[in-house]
Design a protein. Structure first.
Length: 79
């Protein structure tokens, strides 16, 4: 079972002001555990030659709209 927790507040507890618009407005530290095996990372394994691999992240607003994106492209080929 996937779980998420934070070392700075517990389930149903008040979020410290540091992590709100009344404080530094930074994200709280989060711990994620119990990620299902089907969700595992499968590293690059190209069939031949050199292939590009894209790592992408999206920032969403509270309505689910994409407000920013970033990506990192790496290359890999078998030795």
């Amino acid at each position: 079972m996937i779980k998420i927790s934070s070392p700075v507040f517990g389930e149903g507890e008040r979020i410290p002001a540091k992590y709100t618009c009344d404080g530094a407005n930074v994200n709280p530290p989060l711990d994620i555990s119990g990620v299902p095996k089907a969700a595992k990372y499968g590293g690059p394994c190209p069939p031949s030659d050199t292939h590009r691999y894209f790592f992408k992240i999206q920032a969403l607003d509270v309505n689910g709209r994409v407000i920013d994106t970033a990506q990192l492209i790496g290359k890999y080929s078998h030795h």
